[in-house]
Design a protein around this ligand. Structure first.
Ligand code: HPA
Length: 262
């Protein structure tokens, strides 16, 4: 099996992110994995997983998050950078801005949320849900690439595939949420369950429902296209800068140590 220590999970617009990419078709005990490429970021072996499958054909609530994260773990991945489009609830945030959330709220309803359905009962600690080491590098490199960056934000994940109502967005705002997306959870939690470092790299594609008038998926593609060159550069610098092996300065690598009821 091909191996790499770093993976990027992304949506449309980053399919050709890797050099010398080879497309793989993989299946796990959790089912079929989304489109996956193995290649390089300069000299570093890396994986790119296209979350929505070929031609953006899989909606957020139908993505097989468990198969995707499990496959990356099987391939030796220790770090995941997740690229997500989000709507801005916080009115200071604007389309084209980068957001590196520090926390999340989960409003999904129908997804398989854990690898640990059986004994030993496993309660993963998510007091610091995203890897601080990757977050720091993403923030620094996005700024260096000339992007406007928000380094503290709460992401709310909704079930989709519909966009939210204005009333829902107002509820999330009152709860302290800054951005809304449909793909961040359970991906982040599943990565922590397998002791993989994980951090989201979000770009604001639109103001959330009720903040702007009406929403279409075309805005996501339009904003993504505009900021993609800088976003790519920030990702490349971040992958290159990740220390290998892991420095152990984050809660991710030992997440299972005290998580089990024996
Ligand atoms: N809501 C949910 N998901 C999204 C949005 C939004 O406004 N924009 C991009 N992904």
């Amino acid at each position: 099996m091909k191996r790499a220590k770093v993976a990027i999970i992304g949506g449309t617009g980053l399919e050709n992110f890797l050099l010398d990419a080879e497309k793989l078709r993989m299946e796990t005990c959790y089912g079929v994995v989304s489109t996956l490429f193995v290649g390089r970021v300069n000299i570093r072996e890396a994986i790119f997983l296209c979350r929505h499958g070929p031609n953006h054909s899989v909606p957020p609530h139908k993505i097989n998050y468990r198969a995707n994260v499990f496959a990356l773990h099987e391939m030796g991945v220790e770090r995941i950078i997740a690229v997500n489009a989000v709507g801005a609830i916080n009115r200071d945030f604007k389309p084209g801005d980068i957001v590196v959330p520090h926390d999340f709220v989960d409003f999904t309803k129908l997804r398989a949320v854990t690898f640990y359905d059986d004994a030993p009962v496993t309660h993963i600690d998510v007091s610091q849900p995203y890897c601080p080491e990757i977050r720091g590098l993403l923030i620094d490199n996005a700024r260096k690439a000339g992007l406007r960056v928000w380094d503290k934000a709460v992401l709310v994940c909704t079930e989709g595939p519909r966009f939210e109502t204005p009333a829902e967005i107002e509820v999330y705002r009152r709860l302290g949420c800054d951005v809304v997306g449909m793909t961040g959870i359970p991906e982040a939690v599943l990565a922590r369950e397998l002791e993989i470092c994980y951090a989201p790299f979000c770009f604001v594609s639109n103001m959330a429902a009720g903040v702007q008038e009406g929403l279409t998926p075309f805005e996501v593609a339009k904003v993504s296209e505009k900021i993609m060159p800088k976003l790519r550069q920030a990702l490349i610098w971040t992958v290159e800068a990740l220390p290998i092996p892991r420095m152990g300065k984050c809660p991710c690598a030992n997440a299972l140590r005290d998580a089990r009821i024996k």
